[in-house]
Design a protein around this ligand. Structure first.
Ligand code: AQP
Length: 333
């Protein structure tokens, strides 16, 4: 069955292995299926929910496009564009924010995590972020949304908003209720320094993540320094509940080698971490180094990247502007 795919990545710099294994790798597979219509959005409106340096943001937008292409997304097959240049996203977010309920947003755990203790000082945008995300998806009638596990709750909210809009305005099936595409295994990659925290762009320590722009030496060094525990490698999957760092590293290894976690455990059972880490670093270098080199090469050709965005903006605008016009008519504008 042909799928309409929509997903976004924030241009907040430091795109990392978690973004790759949790989302971008999946984008590439979907892009390669000729039956799918894919739209990949650089969500710059989302990025400014926390303070961004305007000059860095410009570069990060290009770097995100370069990362998509270097990872294997073909801009001839998929639409790649940045959100701020398609006005329907901001307009749609406002209208849907009048449909979404405070109680729904109050349950969003990502806001609680990102706002931290000082909620009063968080931007309103950070709070209403999931409503903008719903507009992004619903404007394109997306049937499937590939995301990492951390976005599952936001996608459920998007489904609730679509259903409430359709009910409130008595327009059955007008907004397509999308299905999440979350990988069954390894959908949340954790920090290399703390197996209980997700790998993240905004974590201060660069040693906590493998950036997609890291070179071979950086990758090897980060894996050498990755936190483990004093025991030998686990022998049984049950041990992993208590050994979060081992679980994360074995998960990364399994995802990279397309193997079952149980098989990876069997391969390294009882061995020293150092032996496993060598193999893991080798797999990572094989996967990430070519992407990193390609990103750097693409970034030298800003014109090429800007043209891809321009072309994508035009195509996205054609779809989104029609949908927002219908939405406006339905609400009575
Ligand atoms: N650690 C992760 N494991 C698996 N998937 C992940 N994703 C992000 N981190 C992990 C997925 O990557 C896609 C793009 O994410 P994003 O850049 O739009 O936003 P994010 O989830 O807020 O990313 P970060 O790294 O966590 O950024 P900060 O530090 O700013 O909060 C999404 O599909 C996401 O699920």
């Amino acid at each position: 069955m042909s799928k309409k795919i929509f997903s976004g990545v924030q241009p907040t710099g430091n795109l990392h292995l978690g973004n790759y294994l949790g989302a971008i790798k999946n984008f590439v597979d979907l892009n390669n299926d000729k039956d799918n219509k894919c739209i990949f959005c650089v969500v710059d409106l989302h990025a400014i929910t926390v303070r961004q340096d305007p000059e860095k943001l410009k570069n990060n937008i290009r770097e995100t496009v370069a990362t998509f292409i270097a990872s294997g997304i073909d801009p001839k097959k998929s639409i790649i564009f940045n959100q701020s240049r398609v006005a329907a996203h901001a307009e749609g977010a406002w209208i849907l924010s009048c449909v979404a309920r405070m109680g729904w947003l109050n349950r969003m755990t990502q806001f609680k995590e990102k706002a931290g203790k000082d909620k009063e000082k968080a931007s309103i945008g950070l709070y209403s972020y999931p409503v903008l995300m719903a507009a992004d998806i619903l404007l394109y009638d997306a049937t499937h949304v590939p995301v990492g596990d951390d976005q599952k709750q936001h996608l459920e909210l998007c489904r609730d908003i679509a259903q409430k809009f359709n009910n409130d305005f008595d327009v059955e099936n007008f907004l397509q209720v999308p299905e999440p595409l979350i990988q069954k295994e390894f959908s949340r990659i954790m920090s290399l320094k703390d197996g209980s925290k997700k790998m993240s762009k905004s974590e201060l320590s660069d040693l906590s993540r493998i950036n997609l722009t890291d070179n071979k030496d950086e990758i090897i060094n980060k894996i050498k320094k990755a936190k483990t525990d004093p025991l030998p490698m686990p022998q049984d999957i049950k041990e992993l509940d208590e050994r979060l760092e081992a679980k994360n590293l074995l998960g990364i290894y399994s995802s990279l080698t397309n193997s079952k976690l149980e098989n990876s455990i069997k391969n390294f059972s009882g061995k020293n971490f150092s032996e496993f880490k060598e193999q893991l670093a080798e797999e990572l270098v094989n996967k990430i180094e070519p992407i990193s080199n390609e990103i750097k090469k693409l970034l030298e050709d800003k014109k090429f990247l800007d043209e891809i965005l321009l072309d994508g903006v035009e195509k996205a605008n054609m779809i989104a502007s029609k949908k927002i016009e219908r939405i406006k008519e339905i609400v009575g504008f």
